[in-house]
Design a binder for this molecule. Structure first.
Ligand SMILES: Cc1cc2nc3c(=O)[nH]c(=O)nc-3n(C[C@H](O)[C@H](O)[C@H](O)COP(=O)(O)OP(=O)(O)OC[C@H]3O[C@@H](n4cnc5c(N)ncnc54)[C@H](O)[C@@H]3O)c2cc1C
Length: 297
């Protein structure tokens, strides 16, 4: 390990113990296109440079070992430690890894996304600049019927005729864009003119968040209960995390994403074979679903 101090500096510059590699392989960004006009781009992450042979998971175990001691440093043991941390909800080591994304999405998606309060966000200003001419339009087969089981969702595709009527309505709403442009040219303030645009218009932002809170975001937004369009973004984001923090993602899938939470009542019912001690129909339906997953029904 080489150390030196430049003239006039108070700190010591410590060289790495071995070669370091860029976890993004030297790319300036990684892009995934989402729908017609959207994208998720990974523009940076921390750690960006890791010792050769390691992944971004390195930063998780490095932080954890401050509290758990050095132990051995084999890659296989790193994996065990990452999995232990995830299982036991020791979340702070996962906060040592950060990802910065550039994202373009329709405003109705941005409204759901911004509810995740732990990220740092910087958004395109439609007060300062003209809104670009980009609108979200689902493909005809993605025009969904209102679900009867989930009041917030849509599931099955609607018939082709009704889908076409809906797409025409979107087209009419998009037609406001030309008038929006003309009125801004006549001098209407951009901050007001934009209010005539539909929520299918796109916005963009830089969104930076730590891995612990990204996993929280993904567990909610990759879930089938989330709106399909935000699921598409969440999955794109996850696909870019996986090569950088493969061990953390594996643990996330095993212990959170594909895992199941059991309530006290459910454990009691499983243990005794008695019906679930509730009159609540939704709670009963949730238990029935879990029993199906467990192969008990
Ligand atoms: C399928 C689905 C349907 C939804 N439907 C609705 C709806 O109908 N109406 C609606 O308004 N919202 C709705 N939401 C949004 C939801 O209620 C949450 O606001 C959103 O998912 C963000 O979750 P969060 O607060 O856990 O996440 P984050 O804001 O990312 O926070 C992560 C965690 O940090 C902690 N935290 C963050 N900020 C604070 C704080 N200020 N104080 C204390 N703890 C904090 C909490 O532990 C939180 O869980 C829906 C979300 C989903 C996924």
């Amino acid at each position: 390990m080489t150390q030196h101090i430049e003239a006039g500096e108070r700190f010591t510059r410590v060289a790495p113990e071995g070669p370091m590699v860029d976890v993004m392989g030297g790319s300036s960004r990684w892009d995934i296109k989402v729908h017609d006009h959207g994208f998720v781009s990974l523009v940076d992450c921390m750690p960006r440079m890791v010792p050769e042979g390691k992944t971004g998971d390195f930063a998780i175990v490095q932080a954890a070992r401050v509290s758990y001691g050095q132990g051995t440093k084999q890659v296989s043991e790193d994996r065990g430690l990452v999995r232990y941390l995830m299982r036991h909800r020791h979340s702070t080591p996962f906060e040592m890894v950060e990802f910065k994304f550039h994202i373009a999405m329709p405003i109705f998606i941005a409204r759901q996304w911004i509810r995740h309060r732990t990220a740092n966000v910087n958004e395109y200003s439609a007060r300062y600049s003209i809104v670009p001419d980009r609108f979200y339009r689902p493909s005809p087969e993605m025009v969904r019927k209102q679900s009867t089981s989930n009041r917030q969702g849509g599931d099955q595709p609607i018939d082709a005729g009704t889908a076409e009527d809906f797409l025409q309505l979107l087209e009419k709403a998009e037609a406001h864009y030309q008038e929006y442009l003309q009125l801004t040219e006549k001098g209407v303030a951009r901050e007001l003119a934009r209010t005539a645009l539909p929520v299918s218009v796109y916005t963009e932002w830089y969104w930076k968040c730590d891995l612990h809170n990204i996993f929280h975001f993904l567990s909610l937004r990759m879930d089938p209960h989330a709106q399909q369009e935000i699921q598409d973004y969440a999955r794109a984001m996850y696909d870019m995390l996986k090569p950088i923090v493969p061990q953390a993602c594996e643990a996330f899938e095993d212990y959170r994403l594909e895992a199941m939470h059991l309530t006290r009542l459910e454990i009691e019912s499983m243990r005794t074979g008695a019906p679930l001690a509730t009159q609540n129909k939704r709670e009963q339906a949730e238990w029935d679903e879990k029993r199906r997953r467990l192969g008990l029904a």
